[in-house]
Design a protein around this ligand. Sequence first.
Ligand SMILES: [Zn+2]
Length: 335
Amino acid sequence: MPFVPKNTMLVFLISVMVTGCINSSNLTSNYNDDLVPDVNWSLIDSIDINQINSDLVNGKPTVDIGIYFPSNLDSTFTKVTFNKMIESFLFAKEIFKPTDVQLKLLFAKTGNINSSYLSMQANETPGIPDTEYVNLYENSRRHPSIPTAHAINAFRSIVEKDINNSRTIYLIALQDVFYPFLTLAEGRNWMMKTVRTGGLSFPSYSYVDQIPNELRGVITITNLSTEDRYRKTIAHELGHKLINVSHEYNDINPGFEVFAEGGLMLYGSGEDIPSGKEGRWHLERLQLSPYLYKIDESGNKIWNDDYKESGHYYDPIYDNYVIHFLPEPPINDDW
Ligand SMILES: [Zn+2]
């Protein structure tokens, strides 16, 4: 401090000024958001997009997908490579093929992003754990995940403006995306954990109206390093986004991490997208996704209806294609 003021009023004024200053800098953030205000993207020409899309048929339900692959990933980061990204995309096409839903690669681009965005915390630390009174989806509607300002700023700088932003899926390769969540410690005590995700789909059943419409199609991809991971990761994340469900399958109710064999939406080697009530309406929900369109005879894109209530699990667009299930009490009855 340059001088010590003798006047107490002056001390008061200075402390207000200093406090105000600290508060406002806290609000802005703790990262360098002005390093790269906008990304100068260029097309990656090592792949033949027309060839990748050559199996697409007009009249079938289709999803548009763009890939952003930063050129300034750290040289020590090898969990995601561009080739793995494309291979995983091609596997996703295969996995969705039995459903008749086609994945169209719109573009694959590279460019320097603000290096603070290579690692991010996806959502704010939740303050309220799951209750025993309503199920996971009803609870998510009441208390949606809230993306951090850092994540939103990152996606705003990465995703280029387009009339169909809210109907397009953007696969963004990053290095670390952390997802904080509350889990039972013991008794009635909860603790916060944060998981380093391999892919995160920012799904509507979880984020509901908290993510700007033009960014709701973002999926981050951060680990394709093992054989089973890179085969299934993009398809699984697309499943969260397009089927709009958590980890669930047939008689397995959704949960944060469910390790079991079976469907695409569990952590296991399953790739099945089941239909009917016994399949928790996965196929039917997929077919209703607002990210799907069909090309009509005149070449126009006819989009599915958009969500009516920001895409929570029970959004009216799903009508009866929902499961009403009871919550499992997270804490011991004695409490
Ligand atoms: Zn998942």
